[in-house]
Design a protein around this ligand. Structure first.
Ligand SMILES: [Zn+2]
Ligand SMILES: [Zn+2]
Ligand SMILES: [Zn+2]
Length: 173
């Protein structure tokens, strides 16, 4: 939304990852590109509206495959559905509004991975810190009459993970 993204060559990206170029994969990439941070259900609904011949489960499987090949990035704010976006390797973080669940991208203040390490890593090799800022977006803050409804950006606890992505199933009913 507030990011300029070059016109992507999904075909090239799929082939570079060793994946076959299929209509559902291209449709999923288009939808996620147009609607970053969409949930699996939102992606499935839009893909099925575009190409009716694909099942919801097939869209979920496609989301998994593309995430496993680092073409999509997945993140899951606590208490919210899993969200998907195009993986750009830019290590950006997310602002999540507690009011309307809106998700915005924000560049990492440190710019390097991991951008935060624990005081005592206990022998861990920390590869990545996931930072989610929880607060109130400008619209929600403006619509509140409460003068204390200031947006607050609180850096949540950085999660040290030994593997960048947990390869689990998405959105199975
Ligand atoms: Zn909001
Ligand atoms: Zn993002
Ligand atoms: Zn950071």
């Amino acid at each position: 939304m507030n990011r300029t993204v070059e016109v992507p060559s999904w075909t090239g990206r799929l082939r570079a990852a060793g994946l076959r170029v299929t209509q559902p994969r291209l449709a999923v990439l288009d939808v996620v590109h147009q609607d970053p941070h969409a949930s699996a259900d939102q992606v499935a609904a839009r893909v099925r509206a575009e190409i009716g011949s694909v099942s919801t489960q097939a869209v979920y499987d496609t989301l998994n495959t593309l995430t496993e090949h680092d073409i999509l990035r997945r993140f899951e704010p606590a208490g919210s559905a899993m969200r998907f976006e195009i993986a750009t390797g830019d290590n950006h973080h997310h602002l999540v509004c507690r009011g309307c669940q809106r998700v915005l991208d924000v560049p990492c203040a440190m710019g390097s991975i991991p951008c935060a390490v624990p005081e005592d890593p206990q022998g861990f090799v920390v590869e990545e810190a996931e930072v989610t800022y929880w607060g109130t977006c400008a619209d929600c803050a403006a619509s509140r009459s409460d003068p204390t409804g200031e947006p607050s950006a609180v850096e949540g606890p950085a999660t040290a993970v030994s593997s960048p992505v947990t390869k689990s199933q998405v959105g199975n009913p």
